[in-house]
Design a protein around this ligand. Structure first.
Ligand code: ATP
Ligand code: MG
Length: 628
């Protein structure tokens, strides 16, 4: 089908369009209204219809595909692999749901899930969905204070956790972090349900902590009917990654989300029941919600849940999984591909990857070097897709299930159906023409699947995201972008990160892209630093592939000149960083996103700010050392 026409129909006749898409899921009672936008910017989709995410992800398939694989839980940390069929998954979810009910969890109650990537975490999410409880998954291993602030925000009745996660063969005790978080939090969950993996000893607090395995024994034959929920009831709260500051609690509905996932599995991910989907993310992030747990299951696929690093036992592990489980679609992040690129390609080439049809990448700009490398190695479609926790599903990409739109290096593609995308000039509010840079915004109503509001704070939703520009109420993505003459979008960086050098506005992404084309550059972060003369100057921090040339002061100076020359040549002297400094590591969030705001703060001699989501605080010392 012609994608342009498909897209246009979603914009011109959204109700007819989404009514059709809604047919991809099961409804218990039909909706009476496709869209209620009587109170903008709050959109209600499929009003009056009742459905259930767990039913659509699990029960719906049991009759026809009960013995087909549903969840494949692989841990290279504990060396375990287990496949659950749809029927087995349903049994486990019902057991888990029965346990939750027995502990007093009711429809509308929040359940905070603080878990490693083990099958029980997926059971817990699906069990919550089944009984109408609202899950809030917090990335496992987040420090106590991060967890405490999310406990206070979500006010869970119960916390579902585990003794430990594991990373690189080392157990990371979760229980002490959780105990500390509950001590710090003002809100006290009544119950803590714990999966004991036997990785580290843990102390149970009488009256509060309960053991999952023993309760499961009591509920082996549990049968828990699905609770039918009105489409606009809440399914979950999920916090944004915290890259730019305090995370926002994204609140999601039931029906709109189920439809958006069923629809995107079809039109973007070309899902086929029976095939295997492998998203390498974590359930603590939105990709994990949409494309590890709910999306593939709603589409009747087998989904892989992987605990482990991409490089353990060696950098071939993902490809071993692809071969063994005949993965057809993979979803990962550029940061992971950059890690793999540092390892010998033989580890990848020794596996039979013929089942694989496409690799989807999201979360951060996909630089051309990385994109080209992985395309050359895999010889499959590399599909960059741009979206946010807030949107729940891709916003810019190529909808391969609709038409074979060619991809363009450096661009995630075009607006996905349902999204009314605009690029606005920040100063004038005018729409940008081709080649002009502006803020990427969406006109309301946001399509199904997008956030309903900020959890518990409608005003914060309006104040944070919405503004009125030239009479249009628009949602800001806070990303800076450009569109070319053929309608392809290019993300240039976050609006906070735009650098203003002597009146020229530059996206950090553009400079980073240019620097990463230098053959010895493995990774780079560019930030703006205050400068008396020019307003701001760009500072570049580079991780080298081969660090030996940077061991001496002369070597560093030569490399710095080299990198500057690349930028001069590609973007012009105005974009040339004031300094190019070499570091062994860059500060990143737990989800692998560059923490430019912290680097910038250090450059400007300020405190690095809220560091709750940082992966390794030592990385900041490398920045300080490089500047000294
Ligand atoms: P916070 O909102 O808490 O600061 P965050 O924005 O990193 O954190 P996410 O919702 O996980 O939280 O990330 C969405 C952001 O990631 C986008 O707004 C964009 O900046 C970036 N991003 C995601 N996908 C892409 C992509 N394909 N290309 C470029 N940037 C991307
Ligand atoms: Mg964000």
């Amino acid at each position: 089908m012609d994608y342009a026409a498909f897209y246009q129909r979603s914009i011109d006749a959204p109700e007819a369009f989404w009514r059709d898409e809604a047919g991809r899921i099961d409804w218990h009672t039909p909706f009476s209204q496709v869209l209620d936008y009587s109170r903008p910017p709050f959109a209600k989709w499929f009003v009056g219809g009742t459905t259930n995410l767990c039913h659509n992800a699990v029960d719906r398939w049991v009759a026809t595909r009960g013995d087909a694989p549903a969840l494949i839980a692989i841990s290279t940390e504990t060396n375990t692999e287990k496949t659950y069929t749809y029927r087995e998954l349903q049994r486990e979810v019902e057991r888990c749901a029965a346990i939750l009910l027995s502990l007093g969890v009711a429809r509308g109650d929040r359940v905070l899930i603080y878990m490693p990537m083990i099958a029980e975490a997926a059971f817990a999410m699906l069990a919550c969905a089944r009984i109408g409880a609202i899950h809030s998954v917090v990335f496992g291993g987040f420090a106590a204070n991060s967890l405490a602030s999310r406990i206070d925000d979500a006010q869970p009745k119960l916390v579902f956790s585990s003794d430990a996660g594991s990373r690189n063969g080392k157990a990371i005790a979760y229980k002490p972090l959780l105990d500390e978080a509950i001590r710090l939090a003002a809100h006290k969950p009544q119950q803590v349900l714990l999966v004991n993996r036997g990785l580290v000893p843990m102390q149970l607090e009488p009256g509060r902590d309960v053991d999952y395995a023993s309760l499961r024994q009591q509920h082996m034959d549990a049968s828990v009917p699905v609770t039918w929920l009105e489409s606009n009831e809440m399914s979950y709260v999920l916090y944004t990654s915290g890259t730019t500051g305090k995370p926002k609690g994204v609140q999601r509905d039931v029906g709109g989300y189920a439809v958006a996932l069923a629809s995107s599995m079809q039109h973007v991910f070309c899902a086929k029941p029976g095939e295997t989907f492998f998203a390498t993310s974590d359930i603590g992030w939105v990709v994990g919600h949409s494309y590890i747990v709910y999306g593939p299951l709603i589409a009747g696929m087998a989904t892989i849940m992987y605990e482990g690093l991409p490089i353990c036992p060696d950098a071939g592990v993902w490809w071993r999984i692809v071969e063994q489980y005949k993965v057809t679609r993979m979803f990962s992040a550029p940061t992971a591909i950059r890690v793999l690129r540092k390892h010998p390609v033989e580890l990848m080439r020794k596996y039979d990857l013929s089942s694989l049809k496409a690799m989807y990448l999201a979360g951060e700009p996909l630089d051309e070097t990385t994109s080209q490398w992985i395309a050359d190695e895999l010889k499959v479609d590399i599909i960059d897709n741009y979206w946010q926790t807030e949107t729940g599903w891709p916003l810019l990409t190529v909808a391969r299930g609709v038409e074979h739109t060619p991809t363009r290096l450096g661009s995630p593609g075009k607006p996905l159906y349902g999204y009314r995308v605009k690029l606005l000039n920040e100063a004038t509010g005018e729409e940008c023409g081709a080649g002009e840079r502006g803020v990427l915004v969406l006109e309301g109503p946001l399509p199904p699947g997008c956030m309903q509001t900020v959890y518990g704070d409608d005003q914060r939703f309006v104040d944070t995201y919405w503004s009125t520009i030239s009479e249009h109420q628009v949602y800001s993505t806070f990303d800076w972008a450009m569109r070319d003459a053929d309608g392809y979008y290019f993300i240039l960086g976050r609006t906070d990160d735009v650098i203003n050098v002597a009146g020229h506005r530059l996206g950090t992404r553009e400079i980073e892209e240019s620097i990463s084309s230098h053959p010895n550059v493995s990774e780079v972060a560019v930030v703006g630093m205050e400068d008396k003369l020019k307003g701001q100057v760009a500072m570049a921090f580079v991780i080298l592939k081969d660090a030996r040339p940077a061991e001496s002061a002369e070597g560093r100076a030569a490399l710095e000149r080299d990198v500057m020359a690349v930028v001069d040549r590609q973007l012009g002297a105005v974009a040339r960083p004031a300094r190019v400094l070499f570091v062994p590591q860059l500060p990143k969030t737990r989800s692998g996103k560059l923490l430019r705001r912290s680097i910038q703060a250090i450059c400007e001699g300020r405190s690095p700010g809220d560091l709750t989501s940082i992966e390794d605080p030592a990385s900041l010392q490398h920045i300080e050392a490089a500047l000294a």
